[in-house]
Write a protein that binds this ligand. Structure first.
Ligand code: URA
Length: 232
């Protein structure tokens, strides 16, 4: 791929703008040698304004989503994309969230530009466990663990029962819940089905991948071995 297209696809600017960046000498190799649009060299040797290029396509990021941010590209209000460098929103192929977290849910959110990987993570048959921590408005009644594990719970307006989910009770109004599906507002609706209400919801892990000390609003790219933990 031509350097102009490669750099434009990473969101640094339109092809025309990137062509200007070459003219202005802002694109160099690792030794500071000015590059031309038709030069060919490995991705890791390219610098823009002296900084290494963003990672090539095949990107997988983890983000600690804070409460109040929406998993959408164009809603009004705060978007998870606002937490990433602005050019990440202009990348081609586009960076998408792997499933969604509600605006009022915090925790581990993955983003990728690899459509096949995205589908591998969210496909029900992949059985990737999503681990949530919730606080509840009312005390647990005692039947919730059995009901969620039964594989028979039918959420309102649905025709297929939920797959079994594992509940761990941490306190009268504090739980951990491991689910393998990703239905709309699933955890909130599961507790609504028991006559309760989720007050706070946080996703602590996807598969064996946790937040690893990432503070709310922080993100980082994942290496292949970390990505493998999703399926561990
Ligand atoms: N279940 C929910 O109800 N909300 C989320 O954000 C994630 C799972």
């Amino acid at each position: 791929m031509k350097l102009v297209k490669l750099i434009a696809n990473l969101g640094y600017g339109s092809r025309k703008e990137v062509a200007w960046m070459f003219r202005e000498g802002r694109i160099t190799d690792a030794d500071g040698e000015v590059l031309y649009a038709d030069d060919k060299l490995p991705h890791e040797r390219i610098r823009v304004d002296g900084e290494p290029l963003d990672p090539p396509p095949g990107l997988l990021l983890m983000l600690h989503k804070p409460v109040g941010y929406t998993c959408s590209r164009k809603d009004a209000g705060r978007l998870v994309y606002d937490l990433l460098p602005p050019r990440y929103r202009r990348r081609e192929p586009a960076l998408s969230t792997v499933g969604r977290l509600d605006r009022d849910t915090s925790g581990l959110l993955l983003l990728t530009d690899d459509g096949a990987l995205l589908h591998r993570i969210i496909a029900p048959k992949a059985q990737v466990t999503k681990l949530y921590e919730a606080t509840l408005a009312g005390d647990l009644k005692g039947h919730e663990g059995g009901l969620f594990a039964s594989g028979t719970l039918l959420l309102e307006s649905e025709t297929t029962p939920l797959a079994p989910a594992r509940l761990e009770v941490l306190g009268p109004r504090h739980v951990r819940l491991a689910v393998t599906e990703g239905r709309y507002h699933q955890v909130r609706r599961m507790f609504a089905a028991t006559g309760n209400r989720v007050e706070t919801l946080h996703r602590a892990a996807i598969g064996a991948l946790g937040l690893d000390g990432l503070a709310p609003g922080q993100w980082r790219a994942l290496q292949a071995d970390e990505a493998a933990r999703i399926f561990a």
